[in-house]
Design a protein around this ligand. Structure first.
Ligand SMILES: Cc1cc2nc3c(=O)[nH]c(=O)nc-3n(C[C@H](O)[C@H](O)[C@H](O)COP(=O)(O)OP(=O)(O)OC[C@H]3O[C@@H](n4cnc5c(N)ncnc54)[C@H](O)[C@@H]3O)c2cc1C
Length: 392
């Protein structure tokens, strides 16, 4: 996503040099969000991005893995030989974390690539019994699709609730009920001891029969190939980019799931693993590549992060970053079908999560961007448009 968007943005912004897009996967570049939704259920064949690369003069080198970067030579190493560059954009995304000891056990799956989704389709089509390890975004979306297909689904989560890393307990609490309502058995505080062919064994000794196991326990930046390049990495192994998405090595940028950036807005370094970041970041990268040639001051990437998830018949959307918030205001009943939680710092809206309330999300995102002060009492009234709850 971020690689394609960078190439397209470069052309949109008037870049006339050669653009080469190198990717390890053999498929035409595609979108990942449908992989845990329509592609998995077979209602969409694939999710190829609708970009005419030839017309844009973008050379695609697919099925080509990059194994190293030699900045002093301005060259990449690939299995078919070195590739020179004037400017390099690192957009290698993230890789799913594997479950220790489960590699090679038949029936154990990850869900990151189109090939992964194609391997999982027959599991759903045959309505197999599945165990999902991890109640995060991928686990919830896969469980949703598997239930829709008629599979028996058990979700095993080491923490005490779903989305424990992403959301505070009070916000994730209502989501626990979504699993049961959808006919999914959710087992929290449950650690996997081992996976055997046909079963997942938990550390309390219970044995969960499983024709297939989906491991959804997170993703890590795909940066191992940068070892020895001198590119500075951050605490999660991601490329530590600066505010203009340049790296510690000259002429090298980094964007998307593989890179973090310092957010002036939130006063901390952010590593965002969501689609919108892979759409917006590339525009800054392209502007800075084009601008460097003409001596423009660098553009700064400082977004209000945004993502969505479709799970258990609900459309969940999030904007902002709530780490430094000091209170929450709820709009609507958490037990109901539609509600929003707003995070405030002082009177400023800094983040919100909307379930089935896309207008709240759209209006809230703009208010977060503008740093608008809100009236907490008006904000708590779900019948009022969110934008009408500005402080007087
Ligand atoms: C199943 C699934 C569902 C998702 N659903 C949502 C959603 O609903 N909402 C949302 O906001 N986000 C969603 N996301 C997240 C979103 O898709 C990612 O944030 C986005 O794809 C990141 O784009 P990227 O370009 O940084 O990385 P990627 O899309 O992962 O692209 C990186 C590419 O680099 C290639 N590559 C890696 N290493 C090398 C190498 N050494 N040499 C050559 N090529 C290499 C990889 O093969 C890959 O094709 C989902 C992700 C997945 C996996």
């Amino acid at each position: 996503m971020a690689g394609v968007q960078t190439a397209v943005a470069l052309r949109e912004q008037g870049f006339t040099g050669t653009v080469t897009l190198i990717g390890a996967e053999p498929h035409q570049p595609y979108d990942r969000p449908p992989l845990s939704k329509a592609v998995l259920l077979g209602t969409a064949e694939d999710s190829a991005l609708d970009v005419d690369f030839a017309a844009l003069g973008i050379e695609l080198r697919l099925g080509c893995e990059v194994s190293g970067l030699r900045p002093a030579d301005h060259e990449l190493d690939t299995e078919t030989g070195p590739v020179p560059y004037d400017v390099l954009v690192v957009a290698t995304g993230a890789e799913p974390v594997r479950l220790p000891g489960a590699g090679g056990v038949p029936g154990v799956h990850l869900l990151r690539t189109l090939d992964d989704a194609e391997r999982l389709r027959p599991v759903l089509a045959r309505r197999q019994d599945v165990v999902v390890v991890g109640a995060g975004w991928i686990g919830a979306e896969f469980a949703t699709a598997a239930r829709e297909a008629g599979c028996a689904v058990t979700v095993v989560e080491a923490a005490g609730r779903p989305l424990a890393e992403a959301l505070p307990a009070e916000v994730a609490a209502p989501m626990t009920a979504w699993y049961g309502d959808a006919g999914v058995e959710l087992r929290t505080h449950a650690r996997v001891e081992r996976v055997e062919p046909g079963a997942v064994v938990l550390d309390d000794g219970s044995r969960l029969p499983a024709d297939a196991v989906l491991v959804g326990i997170g993703a890590r930046p795909a940066t191992a190939w940068l070892a020895g390049s001198g590119i500075e990495l951050g605490r999660y192994g991601e490329v530590a980019a600066d505010a203009g998405l340049t790296t510690s090595v000259p002429d090298v940028y980094a964007v998307g799931d593989c890179a973090s950036f310092p957010s002036q807005r939130y006063g901390e370094r952010l590593l965002v693993h969501h689609w919108d970041n892979a759409l917006q970041g590339p525009r800054t990268v392209a502007a800075n590549i084009v601008g460097a040639a003409t001596g423009e001051p660098p553009a700064v990437y400082d977004p209000v992060p945004y993502f969505w998830s479709e799970q258990f018949g609900r459309f969940v959307q999030y904007a902002g970053h709530h780490a430094d918030a000091d209170r929450t205001v709820w709009r609507g009943e958490a037990e109901g079908p539609a509600w929003t939680v707003c995070w405030l710092r002082g009177s400023r809206l800094v983040a919100l999560l909307a379930v089935g309330r896309p207008r709240d999300l759209a209006q809230g995102r703009r208010l977060i961007e503008a740093g608008t002060a809100m009236d907490g009492t008006l904000l708590a009234d779900p019948t009022r448009p969110l934008k009408s709850a500005r402080a007087a």
